[in-house]
Design a protein around this ligand. Structure first.
Ligand code: NAD
Length: 247
């Protein structure tokens, strides 16, 4: 555990991968802010877990796709926790549909949350990290942003956009000792998978080399490493955590 204070903000921290990341960062010594969309009590379990490690929490229901809500959340979280060294852009949705049936809304919602949300949060956090001359930003992309997936032109475009964004921002922030990386998960056991028909799930698992879907903790370990002092020489990288599904 490092001596200096480490304050993190995790978007979509109430559920799935974001929740596991919040808990893992707390275990690693971070105070953790959690921002998500949903009911106020949705974050109670993660708040309890973070506090069980003796760490502070900050919790806010806000929409990352709304620039003013995102900016206010970043500024308030940093003020409440006393600084902000880590930003995890994890909040995301999917609205799958083949392009010939995709509505403007299905396209726009995914772009607004999965891509513009990453921009809104990072733009608000960058000045704080630049003036501290220290920070780590980790953006959650997807292997489907690298290889595409049937029915996901919107999601693949947003997640590929996150990868380009990550590399450009890594170049802008490197001189301020801020690292910017992306993690590209494969198929992870979160509420998203519960809705998948069993045959489709079986077919998908067959292409994962290690023979199982990933856990939110598999992703959280990778994210926590990228935010640690062990990873200070890694920036602009895209780390696939997919059990070999992509290759
Ligand atoms: P999830 O549905 O369990 O959690 C999504 C979180 O995002 C929730 O906390 C929700 O409140 C929050 N959220 C949604 N819209 C928001 C908004 N507009 N503003 C603020 N918060 C919002 O999903 P998950 O499976 O844990 O996915 C987390 C991330 O990982 C997403 O970016 C997703 O695209 C990515 N991902 C997931 C998988 C997978 O198989 N589960 C694979 C690759 C990538």
């Amino acid at each position: 555990m490092e001596d200096k204070p480490r304050r993190a903000l995790v978007t979509g921290g109430s559920s799935g991968i974001g929740r596991a990341v919040a808990e893992s960062l707390a275990r690693d010594g971070c105070d953790v802010g959690i921002l998500y969309l949903g009911d106020p009590e949705d974050a109670d379990p993660v708040r309890t877990c973070v506090e069980s490690f003796g760490r502070k929490t900050w919790v806010r229901v806000a929409d990352v796709s709304d620039a003013s809500q995102a900016t206010a959340a970043v500024e308030d979280c940093a003020a409440e926790l006393g600084g902000l060294e880590i930003l995890i852009n994890n909040a995301g949705i999917f609205r799958d549909q083949v392009i010939w049936k995709m509505t403007d809304e299905q396209w726009q919602d995914v772009i607004d949350i999965d891509l513009t949300g990453v921009f809104n949060m990072s733009r608000a956090a960058a000045p704080i990290m630049r003036s501290a001359k220290y920070g780590s930003i980790v953006n959650i992309s997807s292997i489907n942003g690298m290889r595409g997936k049937f029915g996901q032109t919107n999601y693949a475009a947003a997640k590929a956009g996150v990868i380009g964004f990550t590399k450009a921002l890594a170049k802008e922030l490197a001189r301020s000792t801020v690292t910017v990386n992306a993690v590209a998960p494969g198929m992870i056991q979160t509420p998203i998978l519960d809705a998948m028909p069993p045959e489709a799930l079986e077919k998908a698992v067959a292409e994962i080399l290690v023979g199982r879907v990933g856990t939110p903790e598999d992703i959280a370990e990778a994210v926590t490493f990228l935010c640690s002092d062990k990873a200070r020489f890694i920036t602009g990288e895209v780390l696939r955590v997919d059990g070999g599904q992509y290759i």
